[in-house]
Design a protein around this ligand. Structure first.
Ligand SMILES: [Zn+2]
Length: 298
């Protein structure tokens, strides 16, 4: 309950007395045992299973239905800061990343023949979990206190350093979505090998879990290299874009990674962004203080 509420006027957690290693190994063990479950949302596992399990279109799954679905699909891959969640539990990456789980997951196409959207369904946790029946007591108690509530969530966001990169036009969109949705199994194996794992084994979830160890820049560069060398074949005119994870975009410009015959690009739904990028490019090339460059531009 303390971890869910974080604090009131004071923090509920003693940071200095906390043992992050013990916490992470406990969470890792529960992930491996299946006591904590995240859905595998990449590729088509969830989509196909949803179509097999449910006849009707659904907006919401009961906790029993959620469990049925979770038990039949592989363990999901997500990342919170430096911690990667995956089939082998919890591992620590070299660089931080925000690839967060949401209870709303894309799952089906509707029967409307002109609608092309991938519709979402909302998972639910067990209402009978003890913590849910207790939590209102804490809320009621905190509301009765005279001391005002401090903004701990705001501080946590600040520490996460989210604001610094949020408005960058080159802030790289979540590359894992491109790998998970748009690469074949062999292509994914080739990429993981290129990133430094000599003998990548396993299926899509195990392979995908290895990718976030590397920064998005490194992954994008490796993918560029493989596509340009023809080791991953993307014919001219083909553009691969995430479908199942098309909703996971990054930054203020909602960037999405796509793969074409020239490698990786980051596309925004904002029609103004290409103009801004072009202006930035011209400014960098010509307006950085060199008069000759400026005359050439004129
Ligand atoms: Zn629809």
């Amino acid at each position: 309950m303390c971890a869910l509420t974080l604090g009131h006027d004071e923090l509920f957690v003693d940071i200095e007395a906390t043992d992050p290693k013990a916490l992470s190994s406990s969470i890792g063990r529960q992930l491996r045992d299946g006591a904590i479950r995240f859905p595998f949302i990449y590729s088509r596992d969830l989509y196909d299973l949803f179509a097999d399990l449910f006849e009707e279109e659904k907006d919401y799954l009961s906790s029993e239905e959620t469990m049925r679905l979770l038990q039949a699909i592989p363990c999901g891959v997500f990342q919170y800061g430096r911690y990667i969640i995956g089939p082998s539990g919890l591992t620590e990456a070299q660089s931080g990343r925000a690839l967060r789980f949401s209870k709303r997951v894309p799952a089906f196409h509707c029967s409307d023949p002109v609608c092309r959207d991938l519709h979402s369904v909302v998972f639910s946790t067990g209402h009978n979990a003890e913590i849910n029946s207790q939590q209102h007591k804490l809320v009621r108690y905190l509301e009765s206190l005279e001391t005002p509530e401090a903004d701990w969530t705001g501080l946590a966001m600040e520490l996460n350093n989210l604001s610094e990169t949020h408005f960058g036009d080159h802030w790289i969109a979540p590359m894992v979505t491109l790998l998970g949705d748009c690469l074949g199994l062999e292509e994914l194996r080739t990429l993981i090998a290129e990133l430094g794992d000599s003998q990548p084994i396993g299926e899509r979830p195990e392979l995908l879990e290895m990718a976030p160890w590397h920064s998005d820049q490194t992954i994008a560069a490796a993918l560029d290299k493989l596509v340009l060398a023809g080791e991953i074949v993307v014919p001219e005119g083909e553009v691969r874009a995430p479908i199942s994870t098309g909703h996971l975009r990054s930054g203020a410009y909602r960037l999405q990674p796509q793969l074409g015959s020239q490698g990786v690009r980051f596309v925004s739904g904002d029609p103004g962004l290409p103009t801004l990028r072009q202006r930035e490019l011209i400014r960098k090339l010509y307006l950085s203080g060199n008069d000759d460059d400026r005359h050439e531009l004129d």
